[in-house]
Design a protein around this ligand. Sequence first.
Ligand SMILES: NC(=O)c1ccc[n+]([C@@H]2O[C@H](COP(=O)([O-])OP(=O)(O)OC[C@H]3O[C@@H](n4cnc5c(N)ncnc54)[C@H](OP(=O)(O)O)[C@@H]3O)[C@@H](O)[C@H]2O)c1
Length: 238
Amino acid sequence: VKKAIIIGVGPVEGLGARLAQRFAAEGLHVIVAGRSGDQLESLVQLIRDSDGTATSVVADATREEDVAQLFDVAGDDLDLAIYNAGNNTPGRIVDMEAAYFERSWRVGCYGGFLFGREAVRRMLPRGGGTLLFTGASASLRGRANFGAFNAAKAALRTLAQAMAKEYAVEGVHVGHVVIDGAIAGDKIRKGLPEYAEKLGEEGMIDLDGIVDGYVYLYRQSPRAWTFELDVRTAKERW
Ligand SMILES: NC(=O)c1ccc[n+]([C@@H]2O[C@H](COP(=O)([O-])OP(=O)(O)OC[C@H]3O[C@@H](n4cnc5c(N)ncnc54)[C@H](OP(=O)(O)O)[C@@H]3O)[C@@H](O)[C@H]2O)c1
């Protein structure tokens, strides 16, 4: 059975968890990785209750040894790997601690390198696979008060683009999804309830709609590959 690894999996009402549920429904064995073992375990249970198969691994995307161990759990037949880890890191540069900027880069970019490297190491011997990265509005433009996040996400995007060109001929399809706006999930609803209320349901991007984009990329034939998809609500001004 084909396997998928998704890192950056949190609450059920979040992108990582929704991706895991959908790819399990598509018939893949899904290995879900993140920092909260409890959240991962309840997701695995949900997937099993829907007749899917999944394994959870507690891993920090910024730790080289955690990432290597995660791929060891997958073993052979890794067909899909998704780098979804990341939290927004707002802040003005003038006040910013150097360590804060570095942490933002570690999860936003360096972790993508560690994960992408292990993924291609596993995929090349089997003749290919799909490697997808989660981006944000920040991937494409700098914005006041978001310099650290912008720098990390833009670097992740060009890393993904370089890898797409480096490994295409060997069968690895690398893609990048620009999520241009707030996701209608726990991160915004619970973390920033006033912002969520201001945006309204119609102003937040639908989780299932985003997941559709990942499935679309995964299913593409090597004769018509997309590198980048963007997704936003009809209300978004961009
Ligand atoms: N939410 C939005 O509005 C929005 C908008 C545009 C783009 N995005 C992008 O979408 C992705 C996440 O989507 P989401 O907001 O719905 O969240 P999510 O997929 O529900 O959860 C992301 C998970 O990544 C985890 N994570 C953070 N740092 C990590 C690390 N070093 N190692 C392992 N896991 C780590 C977080 O864990 P902790 O809870 O422990 O931090 C969280 O559980 C991110 O790449 C984000 O930049 C989100």
